[in-house]
Design a protein around this ligand. Sequence first.
Ligand SMILES: [Zn+2]
Length: 197
Amino acid sequence: MVRPDGSRSGGGSLETNPAPRATPSPEESDPADSITNVRETTAPGASEEARSDVLLLPRQLFDRMVAHARAELPNEGCGVVAGRHGRALSVYAMQNAEASPVVYRFDEREQLQVFNEVEGKGWEILAFFHSHTHTEAYPSATDRAQAHWVNPVTEEEVPAYPNVTYLILSLMDWDRPVLRAFRFEGGEPVEEEVSIQ
Ligand SMILES: [Zn+2]
């Protein structure tokens, strides 16, 4: 939970991520271990640096996110946050290919375009964001499913983008949009810190 002054409440602050290993070990059987260390993601930069403990989001980028989400109503709005070392440098407002008030999906071509642009700038994908139009800023069952893929060998559900934070922006209260950040561990959302500055 982010308050207007940028401080936060809620869980996640006690969670720490182990340092990433140089080489992923897909054969490992410990689910927790594979979740925190698997590096299948194709998001630019994700394999180069350890993720930061807190996502720093400049106020103007937060405002841009809110403006995009409001403009997309009645549907969910979505996009990508890119930056360096945990600090957001750009918010990419993207189209919701589902054009739905309850789910979102990036357009594949646009996603590729954005990923390429981010990589070209030497940035990394820090977060995916989407809005909840009438519900709280907490991952839905669909959000959880979308954030995972099933390993065909182990049949384990693993995070599709283990280094990417999932930001959810609730527009439930029009005047006070609420932004919360999550990653997934063992299929469950774990709140992370996002600081709006
Ligand atoms: Zn959602």
